[in-house]
Design a protein around this ligand. Sequence first.
Ligand SMILES: Cc1cc2nc3c(=O)[nH]c(=O)nc-3n(C[C@H](O)[C@H](O)[C@H](O)COP(=O)(O)OP(=O)(O)OC[C@H]3O[C@@H](n4cnc5c(N)ncnc54)[C@H](O)[C@@H]3O)c2cc1C
Length: 401
Amino acid sequence: MSKHPDFLVIGGGIIGVSIARRLRAVFFGASVTVLEKERALGMHSSGRNSGVIHAGFYYSADSLKAQFTRQGNLSLTQFCEERGLALNRCGKLVVARSEADLPQLDELLRRAMANDVPLENITEEQAREIEPRVKTVQRALFSPSTATADPLAVLEAMRIEAEREGVKFALGTLFAGGGEGRFESAAGKATGGYVINAAGLHADSIARQYGFSEHYRIIPFKGLYLYGDETAGAFRTNIYPVPDLRNPFLGVHFTLTVDGHVKIGPTAIPAFWREQYGGLQNFDLVDCVETLTRELGLIAFAGFDFRRLAVEELQKYNRRHLVKLAGELATQVEASAYRKWGRPGIRAQLMDIRTRKLEMDFVLEGDAKSFHVLNAVSPGWTCAIPFAAHVCSRITGLLGG
Ligand SMILES: Cc1cc2nc3c(=O)[nH]c(=O)nc-3n(C[C@H](O)[C@H](O)[C@H](O)COP(=O)(O)OP(=O)(O)OC[C@H]3O[C@@H](n4cnc5c(N)ncnc54)[C@H](O)[C@@H]3O)c2cc1C
C-alpha cells in the first residue's frame, strides 16, 4: 500500500493532466484521479487556444512565466516530435507599427537575453525576407523557436499517456464543494486525499472553499478568432505587434495553424460570464451579476486603464475593424478574405481585488491539504510540463517530503 495520500486533481485541462502525470511519477504508487466536469477534455482554454508554443521573451526574468516558458517550449516541442504530432516550426516576427514601438522592441530584446531565449534583432529588409507581406518600421524581432501545434491533439496525447501511467479520469463529474479534507462531486461525497485545483475559469471560487484566493477574483476575457480563406502558406510566420507590457494580452496578431492556414486574433474582450462562448450558452445568472459588477467597478476604480481596454476590445466584435487592425501588420489583408469566426477561448484572468490590477504572473497557493493553481493564463499551455514539475515539488514540500 502507498504511504502517500490519494490525489484528486480538479480540472482536466493541460495543467491538471500534466500535474496528474507528474504526481504519478513522483509519488510512486499513489492513486491520482482527474475530475473533469465536461464529458470530454479540451472544452475550455486547453482546447481553445492559439496553439502557439511561446519562446519566453515577453516576461520579466523574476517571473514564473519566464522560469517555465523556455523549458516549456523545449519540452512541448519534443513531446510533439516524439509522438509524431503535427508541429509548424514557423517562428514569429514582432513588428513595430511606428517609431514609438522601437523602445519596446529593445525591452523585449533585454528580456530575451535575461531569460536566455534566442531572439534576433533584424532590419525591415531582413523581416521581409522571412515574411514578404510583413509591415514594420525600421526593424523587427524574429523568434526562431516559436512554433505552433494542435492544442486538442496535444491534450489527447497527454490523456492517453496519463491513463497508461495509471492516472484515473472521472469525466462528466463536477466538483461540487470541498474544504477540510472532504469533497463532493456529482459522483458522491468522499473524504481524505490531497486536492489540487486546476479548474481554470473556476479556480478562484474552488480555492475560496479551502480558504485560499482571498484577494483574487477571475475576470473572464474572451478571445475571438477570425479565419482567413487564404491558401496554406500565404503567410510564412506568425506576426505580432509590440505588446503593451502593462497588461497581459499580446494585441491582435496573425498565427498559423499546423497546416499553414492563417487566423487573426485572439481578442481580449471582457466577457459577461465565465463561459460566455456564444449566445446564452453556459449562462449563469449569479456569475453574470458578479462579473458585471466587478467589471463596472474596474471601469470606475481600476488600477490600470480598464475603460480604454474595454472600449477598444468591444469594437473587435466588428469583423471589419478586427481585419483593419490586423492590416497594420501585413499587406493585402482584405476583409473579404476573413469571414469565418473560429472557436473562441476565454482567459481565466485573475485580478487582485485590493489593487484592482490584473495579475501578470501565475499565482500558486496551498497547504498540507490542498493546492491551487490560479491565473494559469497564456503561456500556460506552453509551460505545462515544467510548471507541473514545479507544482509537484511545492506539494512535496508542503507534505513534508
Ligand atoms: C484565447 C486563448 C488563447 C491562448 N493562446 C495560448 C497560446 O497560444 N499558447 C499558450 O501557451 N497558451 C495560450 N493560452 C493559455 C492556455 O490556453 C492556458 O494557459 C491553459 O490552457 C490553461 O490550462 P488549464 O488546464 O489551467 O485550464 P482549462 O483548459 O480551462 O482546464 C480547466 C478544466 O477544469 C474543468 N473544471 C472547471 N471547474 C470544474 C469543476 N467544478 N469540476 C470539475 N472540473 C472543472 C474545466 O471543465 C476545464 O476542462 C491561451 C488561452 C486562451 C483563452
